[in-house]
Design a protein around this ligand. Structure first.
Ligand code: URP
Ligand code: ZN
Ligand code: ZN
Length: 462
């Protein structure tokens, strides 16, 4: 008779509080013991000597099987969560996006039907309302108590955007019920004006995408969203922050005790708008919104992560194949489906460019990829920490393994990676999700359908 289902022995266990060499005993999907030496037996054993052991990654911003009008993102709940598991992510929070005019209840049911039984790791949903009437606002408290405590509102995109008045009403109701409003901050009218100007001037290729959404577009909307939140003292979380102007808005607000939090994504930390100049329409691979920025923003984003202006690194994983999907916009950049892949490489990139290159401490890495996402989005301490009683979601990570990232070694269902050719040091060798080994020796070893839907608690403000 074994005492544990799984023993992870001798790894450098990283929590936000520090790094300790420990054995971890896992029973019934939970962390049952953490000690210097565990002498009892385990049914399975992983020797983690010389490896880091991180809390399983939590990616709070993914768009699997997401319909953007002209295309559906190419990773569905199965392929996307397999890729996540292979990259050390054990929980995702995706979106229920209401179609205009559709009831929220129907949108939620539809999304559950799309995901149920097809997910390889634990998952949850933010709600993205697009029809803001009395019934939508009235539904917010019951959604929060049903386990959907976070809402994402778009200030741009034709089919998704909400008005300032609608956002304000949602901020108030969400504040009163203890939830969190997340905002995609770009000014719709500025973009509309610039897109029309560029089109009239015959500037239709991918290189004009960033010119249609300059930093001012993001700065204005970020500042406006924060001011609306400030007016009613409601917490707010700004998704995919890309540039100095937005960082300035957030840090000024935080310095004045406005409850603002924010995230950025690997693409904004590592890729610049030069990519839009790639020949043969290849720039379309990087068309996402907000767009990639001049490289001078990257050190500022890293500083923002290190100094707690930003609390989370998510991916905004929203993949479209270059052949057959991105080329929908061959004749005009504004018709290119918006989004890039990234669900698999998040920990790898943040470890190498963040920790290895000394921009982040290893503890901060764990905070940004797991602990803060869990706290902010109501999953802590079930997730986001290596502690007794928490879910046994772990990544055994080899800090010495050198790899060149290529599309061929990733599991994402898309025909390119924006990180092609990047040489990194550090790679996950084992991923454990609720006590099950779901990735080992480069292979997905989990089972599709074993991911559980997570009803979340109320968010914490960081
Ligand atoms: O271009 C992007 N970011 N696509 C995904 C949808 C969104 O705006 O987050
Ligand atoms: Zn967005
Ligand atoms: Zn997104």
């Amino acid at each position: 008779m074994n005492d544990f289902d799984l023993l992870v022995k001798g790894g450098m266990v990283v929590n936000e509080s520090g790094v300790l060499v420990r054995d971890i005993g896992i029973r019934h999907g939970k962390i049952a013991a953490i000690a210097d030496h565990i002498n009892e037996r385990g049914e399975q054993l992983i020797d983690a000597t010389g490896m880091y052991v991180f809390p399983g990654g939590i990616d709070v911003h993914t768009h699997l099987a997401a319909s953007v009008g002209s295309a559906v993102s190419s990773d569905d709940f199965t392929t996307g969560t397999i890729a996540a598991a292979c990259g050390g992510t054990t929980t995702i929070i995706d979106f229920v996006t209401q179609n205009r005019g559709q009831s929220l209840a129907e949108a939620i049911e539809d999304r559950h039907l799309q995901a149920r039984g097809r997910v390889a790791i634990d998952y949850s949903f933010h709600i993205s309302p697009t029809t803001i009437d009395d019934s939508t606002i009235a539904a917010i408290p019951s959604l929060i108590s049903d386990g959907y405590p976070s809402f994402k509102f778009y200030l741009t995109y034709d089919n998704l955007r909400v008005t300032d008045g609608e956002l304000l009403a949602a901020l108030v109701k969400t504040r009163d019920a203890g939830g969190l409003v997340c905002v995609h901050a770009e000014n719709y009218y500025m973009i509309d004006y610039l897109v029309k100007e560029l089109r009239a001037a015959g500037k239709t290729g991918p290189r004009y995408h960033p010119l249609s959404r300059p930093p001012l577009v993001e700065e204005e909307a970020t500042g406006r969203a924060i001011r609306l939140a400030r007016l009613v003292n409601a917490p707010i979380y700004i998704v995919h922050v890309t540039c100095q102007e937005s960082l300035d808005e957030i840090s000024r607000a935080r310095a004045n005790n406005v409850p603002v939090m924010g995230e950025t994504c690997p693409q904004y930390l590592l890729l610049s708008c030069d990519r839009y100049d790639e020949p043969d329409f290849q720039g379309a691979k990087y068309v996402l919104s907000p767009p990639l920025r001049p490289a001078k923003n990257q050190p500022l984003l890293w500083d923002g992560l290190a100094n707690d202006c930003l609390q989370v690194v998510s991916t905004d994983h929203c993949p479209f194949n270059f052949d057959g999907q991105k080329d929908i916009g061959k004749n005009f950049f504004s018709e290119i489906p918006n989004g890039v892949p990234g669900i698999e490489a998040r920990l790898i990139l943040l470890y190498y460019f963040g920790v290895y290159q000394k921009r982040l401490s290893i503890q901060r890495f764990v905070e940004l990829t797991a602990t803060n996402p869990a706290r902010i989005f109501g999953l802590y301490p079930q997730k986001g920490t290596i502690s007794s009683g928490s879910d046994a979601d772990l990544v055994v990570f080899d800090p010495e393994r050198e790899t060149t990232i290529t599309k061929g070694i990733l599991h994402e269902n898309v025909d390119y990676t924006p990180y092609e050719g990047m040489c990194v040091k550090g790679w996950p060798v084992v991923t454990i999700a609720r006590g099950r080994i779901v990735f080992q020796n480069g292979i997905f070893t989990g089972s599709v359908g074993s991911g559980a839907f997570l009803r979340r608690k109320k968010p914490a403000l960081l």
